[in-house]
Structures are given as C-alpha cells and as structure tokens.
Design a binder for this molecule. Structure first.
Ligand code: CO
Length: 218
C-alpha cells in the first residue's frame, strides 16, 4: 500500500518526517533488502543536471529510484565553466562514478529563463541569469525571428539546455574521458510541465568529433 499523499498546503516540518517513515515502510514492504543494498554504495549510470524547480524532480519524472541518478540542480539548469559546484559534480560523476550519460534537462515554463527574457531587476539572481542572456545573444539571429512571446520563451528554454550540454562537452573533464576511450554521452532534454513528457532535443554527443575546435583541449 502506498503512503497517503499530503496536500502541498498541509506540508509541515512534522509531515515531512512522517512522510519519511511512511516511505521507508513502503520501500521495505516492496524490497526488504532495499536499504541494505543501497548502503553498500552507489553506481548510477546517469548524471542529471536540472532546474531547482520543485515540479521537476529527476527521479520521479524518469520513474527511477534512489541510487539510479546522480543529480545536480540549480536555478534554470545553468551550466557555466566557472561554477566549481557543477565542475566538482561533473568530475566526480565522470571520473569516479563513471556515468555513461550526462543529461542537461531544462523545462518549459522555467521562471529563471522567463526572468532572463525580461529586463526587470530581481536581485543577486540577475547575475546568475545573465548566463541565459548570453545564450540569447549567442542565438540572437534565430531568437529575433520568433515573434510569438510564448514560442520565444520555449525556444530559449531549449537553447539554454543545448548550450548547457555544449558547455559540458567543452570541459576538459569530458574531453579527457573521451580521449581515454571512456563511454560517455551528453544529452539535452526539455521537460513539459503541462504534459509531464520529456523531449529529447536530439543533440547528443559521444565523442571528441562533436567538440567545436575552439573549445578542444589536448
Ligand atoms: Co526552472
């Protein structure tokens, strides 16, 4: 039997702890060795880089369990080469966990991308969202041809995921893994809040041949 779902408005400090106990019971009922096995170590084949948005939880939307996906999330799933947090996660995933896939997953309706499309000052976060404005500038010729505001928003969400995946490929971490013959693919996806469906943007890269020359390291 599944633990009962609590309405978001009724979530409290206590309900979270009760929810945890209910979940543990469910997991033990379906697999009595679940926690014993997981406590021995992790071997996830996937690194997920997604948005912090509460509606886009990596495990639930991919129907996976604890232990299946290594996760890094930030506002608007931004991937920039100066982010030590992201680089540390990527380095550990590729060089220690030996993940086979890195997935940058954006989502339509992303508040961070929407804020980057406007000119209103929000605060410290403007500096973070500036990276998305750089994505716009990189693709401004295409972006300026889109007149419909909703389509423009959707396309910037897609381009932000595509640029994020490209920035993953451009790291020495991924390029060295490829040089050493490690099996590793980098993907860009977008999740729809309206349908729950993930769209593969079909820009998967699996070798050094896919790296733009200016970013190649040797
Ligand atoms: Co978002």
């Amino acid at each position: 039997m599944c633990a009962k779902t609590i309405e978001t408005k009724d979530i409290s400090y206590e309900t979270l702890l009760q929810g945890n106990r209910d979940w543990v019971k469910d997991m033990q009922d379906s697999d009595p060795t679940f926690f014993d096995k997981l406590s021995e170590g992790q071997n996830p084949p996937v690194l997920w880089i997604g948005c912090s948005d509460s509606r886009v939880p990596a495990n639930q939307i991919t129907n996976t369990k604890p232990g299946d996906v290594f996760v890094h999330r930030n506002i608007a799933n931004v991937v920039v080469h100066t982010d030590m947090n992201m680089l540390s996660v990527l380095d550990y995933s590729v060089n220690v966990l030996k993940v086979k896939h890195v997935i940058v997953c954006g989502h339509y309706g992303c508040g961070g991308v929407k804020a980057a499309l406007g000119n209103k000052q929000v605060g410290i976060i403007d500096n973070w969202l500036r990276n998305i404005r750089d994505v716009y500038r990189t693709h401004d010729r295409e972006m300026e041809t889109i007149k419909d505001a909703e389509q423009k928003f959707d396309r910037l969400v897609e381009l932000n995921a595509i640029e994020g995946a490209a920035n993953i490929m451009n790291t020495s971490i991924v390029q060295n893994a490829w040089s050493n013959g490690q099996e590793l693919s980098v993907h860009a996806w977008v999740y729809s809040l309206k349908t729950g469906i993930i769209k593969d943007l079909k820009v998967t890269s699996s070798s050094l041949d896919d790296v733009t020359p200016v970013f190649k390291v040797s």
